[in-house]
Design a protein around this ligand. Structure first.
Ligand SMILES: *Cc1c(COP(=O)(O)O)cnc(C)c1O
Length: 483
C-alpha cells in the first residue's frame, strides 16, 4: 500500500481555505516564517477517504477476527461500554470540579461509579477495600507491593524477599525489584503447579510475601492454594494474587477465600476493554481489612446523607500512585460490563471460558504436544511435536501460519518453562463455529509442518510485510524500510 505522500498529485485539493481573517498588518518575525511551503500531501476528498478506509481495514482486532492471545483475555468488548463511556457527563468531566457545593452535581455520578465499583470488586474478589488508581496490572502489582512494604514497616520488621514461581508473568519479578525486593524464583513441579513443599523449602523469616496467579500461566488451578497461603502467613508474609487470570474463576471462587491478602484485577482483561497494543488498562488493587489503611489516597466514601466524597485524611496511606482516580474511562467500562452481566452472567463468563479452552485442548492434543494434561482453566499451553521441530518448524512458524489463515497468533514462547510454548486463550465470547475453524487451521498447519514444512516456514505470505525484525519494528515506524 502506498503512503499518502506517494499518492499526492500537485495542486489536487479536498479543501478550500476561507478568506484569511488575520489583518495583513500583523507582522511576524522573519525567523518564524517558513522558508518553503509545508510538505503536505495533495489529494482529493475521495483519495483521502479511500486511503484511510484501506488503512483501517488492515487493522487486526477482536472486532474483525479471532484473537486467542494467551494471558491477555482478548474477549469481545460490548459496544454499550463504549457508548456509556463516551457520554459527555462522564467523558468531559474535569477531575478538579468540586465534589459538593457548586458544581457538585456534576461529579456525584462519577464518584458513585468509583464507590460502587469498589463494592463490586470487594464482593467478586473477597476483599475489604479497593483502590481504582493503578493504570495497569503491572502498576497494580507495584502498588500492592508498596502496601506490603508499608505493612511490614508498620510492624517494624525487616523483610527482603518475594517468592514467585518460575512460571510467573514477567511483570511479577520486575514489580518486586522496582519495589526494592529481591526475588526468589520457585520452580514449578512436574504437575505444572507450585508445590507446597517447594514453597516451604524457599521460605525464610525475611520473606515479605509471595506473588502468585491462580490458575497459573499454564491455565492450571492449584489445589494447594490455601495451604500455600498459610505457609506464607507462617512467616508473617503476605500473599499477593495476580488477578490477570480472574476470567477463569470470576463468579466461581474468590482469591480472598483462598487466603490471599492483596490482589490486583486487570479490568481490561476480565471486565472487557479494547486493549490491544499495550493499553489502555486499569489495575485496581484490593486488600483485606487490616491493610485498608495503607491504600492510596484519595478514597471515595459515602456519607450518611447519601452523597459521595473524596477522603484524603489517611495517615497510613502509601500516597498517590496515579494522578487523580486512575483510568476512569476504563473503570466505567468495567462497571457497565458488570451491571450488564450481573451475578449470574459473570458466572457464565468463567464457565464458558473454561469450557472453550478445554474444547480446544481436547481437539488439538493429538496434533501438538500438550505441556500438562488434565482439565485446564481458561487457557492451555501446547508445543510443536518433536517431528515438527526436526523439520525446523517452530512455535513462531506456526503462529505466522495462523496469520495467513485469518487468526491472530496465540501467545508464543511464554510461559518460558515450556519449551516452544504456544499459549491459547479462546475466551468465552467465541462461538463453537469459530473454535472449529481455528482447530481446523491448527490441524492443517500441523499436517503441513510434516508434509510441506517450507510452506509453514515461509509464512506469512498474505500480509504487506512478512517477517520484520520484531525488536526494530517495535521502535521504527517505517516497517517497510526494515523488512
Ligand atoms: C497481563 C498480565 C499482567 C500484567 O498486566 P498489564 O495490565 O499488562 O500490566 C500480569 N500478570 C499476568 C498473568 C498477566 O497476564
Amino acid at each position: 500500500m502506498k503512503l499518502v505522500f506517494e499518492k499526492s498529485v500537485p495542486s489536487r485539493k479536498a479543501f478550500r481555505m476561507g478568506p484569511r481573517d488575520v489583518p495583513s498588518s500583523v507582522s511576524i518575525d522573519e525567523s518564524l516564517l517558513r522558508k518553503k511551503p509545508a510538505d503536505l500531501p495533495e489529494l482529493s476528498e475521495l483519495d483521502v477517504v479511500r486511503h484511510f478506509t484501506e488503512l483501517s481495514r488492515r487493522n487486526f482486532g477482536v472486532d474483525t477476527n479471532f484473537y486467542p492471545l494467551g494471558s491477555c483475555t482478548m474477549k469481545y468488548n460490548p459496544k454499550v461500554n463504549e457508548r456509556i463511556a463516551s457520554y459527555p457527563g462522564f467523558a468531559h468531566l474535569h477531575p478538579l470540579l468540586p465534589q459538593l457545593r457548586m458544581g457538585g452535581m456534576l461529579t456525584q455520578g462519577a464518584l458513585r461509579v468509583l464507590y460502587e465499583m469498589d463494592r463490586f470488586l470487594c464482593e467478586i474478589a473477597g476483599m475489604d477495600g479497593f483502590t481504582m488508581q493503578p493504570m495497569a496490572g503491572a502498576h497494580g502489582e507495584l502498588t500492592g507491593l508498596m502496601i506490603m512494604a508499608a505493612y511490614h514497616r508498620s510492624k517494624g520488621t525487616q523483610k527482603k524477599y518475594i517468592l514467585a514461581p518460575d512460571s510467573a508473568h514477567g511483570t511479577n519479578p520486575s514489580s518486586a525489584a522496582i519495589a526494592g525486593y529481591e526475588v526468589i524464583s520457585v520452580p514449578t513441579g512436574n504437575r505444572g503447579i507450585l508445590e507446597p513443599e517447594e514453597v516451604r523449602r524457599h521460605l525464610n523469616p525475611e520473606v515479605a510475601g509471595l506473588m502468585l496467579t491462580c490458575p497459573n500461566t499454564l491455565g492450571l488451578f492449584n489445589p494447594h492454594i490455601a495451604e500455600i497461603c498459610e505457609l506464607i502467613h507462617g512467616v508473617d508474609g503476605l500473599a499477593y494474587y495476580d488477578g490477570a487470570n480472574l476470567n477463569a474463576i470470576v463468579g466461581q471462587a474468590r482469591p480472598g477465600d483462598f487466603g490471599f491478602d492483596i490482589i490486583h484485577i486487570n479490568l481490561h482483561k476480565t471486565f472487557s476493554t479494547p486493549h490491544g497494543g499495550g493499553g489502555p488498562g486499569a489495575g485496581p488493587v484490593g486488600v483485606r481489612a487490616d491493610l485498608v489503611d495503607f491504600l492510596p489516597v484519595s478514597v471515595v466514601v459515602k456519607r450518611d446523607d447519601g452523597t459521595y466524597a473524596l477522603e484524603y485524611d489517611r495517615p497510613h496511606s502509601i500516597g498517590y500512585v496515579a494522578p487523580f482516580y486512575g483510568n476512569f474511562g476504563i473503570i466505567l467500562r468495567a462497571y457497565v460490563y458488570i451491571l450488564m452481566l450481573g451475578k449470574e452472567g459473570l458466572k457464565r463468563v468463567s464457565q464458558n471460558a473454561v469450557l472453550n479452552a478445554n474444547y480446544l485442548k481436547e481437539k488439538l492434543k493429538d496434533h501438538y504436544d500438550l505441556a500438562f494434561d488434565g482439565v485446564c482453566k481458561h487457557e492451555c499451553v501446547f508445543s510443536p511435536t518433536q517431528a515438527m521441530l526436526d523439520n525446523d518448524v517452530h512455535a513462531l512458524n506456526i503462529a505466522k501460519s495462523l496469520i495467513d489463515r485469518g487468526f491472530h497468533p496465540p501467545t508464543i514462547y511464554f510461559p518460558s518453562i515450556v519449551r516452544e510454548a504456544i499459549m491459547i486463550e479462546p475466551t468465552e465470547t467465541e462461538s463453537k463455529e469459530t473454535l472449529d475453524r481455528f482447530i481446523a487451521a491448527m490441524i492443517e498447519i500441523a499436517e503441513l509442518a510434516l508434509s510441506d514444512p517450507q510452506q509453514i516456514r515461509d509464512a506469512p505470505v498474505t500480509t504487506p510485510v512478512s517477517r520484520p525484525n520484531e525488536t526494530i519494528a517495535a521502535r521504527v515506524l517505517d516497517i517497510a524500510s526494515i523488512a
